[in-house]
Design a protein around this ligand. Structure first.
Ligand code: IMP
Ligand code: MG
Length: 332
């Protein structure tokens, strides 16, 4: 801290929501800025309750955290209002006046456009909404009556907070392998998902960032079409306890073992300085809910060392269960 960017290392669903909710509570974040759009669901578990957040920043658990939706984001009005209600954050959430709006027609276009067929998009309409923004015909937040109480200048608020030494987190969505620039094109999302793009969407320059925290899951998953090295059959995934369904769309996730080459590339392109590793308990069930590194079995420690050796960055946070606080924190 003060300014940390969080990004996904693979195809999204690495557990960014969990890591952000932990940091929010543990580090008492002052500001959390969400980027991206409604296609990405960030799952947060706290005191047995599950939240799958498509719009509200995942740091909402810390009641003093200012929550912001950036100018580069695409906002789904109904989903935003629904989540603001469910998380009770009305008095501390702000939306940039220039965030663009994703509409029902975009979702229809997403599901029916010939050029998107076969990509396995989430169907929310994010690609078509971005196309509309690029055509300069999109609605933006300041055009929407229901959003008037929330409007703010997110870049100014965020930079002021950083300059005042506050703890600011820029919440990336999805993962590098879904990046429009660096992912498995054309099987990608409609935007770059790297740390630089997250900064750009938030309106924070690269000199203001202290850390880039990349989140990896202990195995890889992917929803939608496109290549995935080492992909397992559904039966094999289930046998290993790796079979998942998507938090947002309920679709089945494909899975594969952790890939060190992809991890190295993701660390490089993101300029990552630290890593978080989630779901270690899926690989080593005896780790479940452990909060002490020393209690990990030897093989789990070896796996972590191997990630550190190959990527050249420390694994500072290790997820051992779904709850926000099921974390081994190795930071000083
Ligand atoms: P779109 O972003 O809805 O256009 O979908 C493009 C590709 O990105 C599809 O393969 C989706 O499954 C994938 N995708 C988009 N958002 C997420 C996410 O948050 N998690 C996982 N996959 C995603
Ligand atoms: Mg997700």
């Amino acid at each position: 801290m003060p300014c940390k960017v969080i990004v996904g290392g693979f195809w999204g669903d690495e557990g960014k929501g969990k890591i952000i909710s932990y940091l929010a509570l543990k580090d008492k974040l002052d500001v959390c800025v969400r980027t991206g759009s409604v296609n990405a669901a960030h799952t947060v578990w706290y005191k047995g309750k599950r939240y799958a957040l498509h719009m509200v920043p995942a740091a909402f658990l810390h009641e003093k955290c200012r929550l912001l939706i950036s100018a580069g984001a695409n906002l789904h009005v109904a989903k935003f209002l629904e989540e603001v209600d469910a998380t009770n954050v009305k008095n501390r959430i702000g939306v940039d006046s220039q965030a663009s709006i994703i509409e029902e027609k975009h979702s229809n276009q997403d599901k029916t456009s010939a050029h998107l067929k076969g990509l396995g998009t989430t169907g929310w309409g994010v690609g078509p909404a971005i196309e509309e923004r690029v055509r300069r015909t999109a609605k933006i937040a300041k055009d929407i009556p229901e959003l008037q109480p929330y409007l703010t200048d997110v870049a100014t608020e965020t930079n002021n907070a950083i300059d005042a030494g506050k703890k600011v987190l820029l919440e990336g969505t999805q993962g590098l392998m879904l990046s429009l620039f660096f992912g498995t094109y054309p099987y990608v999302t409609g935007r770059d998902t790297s740390a630089s793009a997250i900064c750009s969407e938030a309106g924070v320059g690269p000199t203001k960032v202290d850390d880039v925290l990349i989140v990896f899951k202990a195995f890889m998953t992917r929803v939608g079409a496109g290549p995935m090295p080492g992909e397992l059959t559904k039966e094999e995934a289930a046998k290993r306890g790796w079979f998942e369904t998507a938090a947002g769309t309920g679709r089945e996730r494909r899975s594969a073992p952790f890939n060190f080459e992809l991890a190295k590339k993701a660390v490089m392109v993101n300029g990552a300085t630290q890593a978080a590793l989630t779901k270690l308990d899926a690989l080593y069930p005896e780790c479940k809910s452990t909060r002490e590194y020393d209690k990990l079995p030897k093989e789990a420690k070896q796996f972590i060392s191997e990630i550190e050796k190959q990527t050249g960055i420390p694994v500072v946070l290790i997820g051992t269960g779904p709850e926000a606080l099921d974390i081994i924190d190795r930071r000083k």
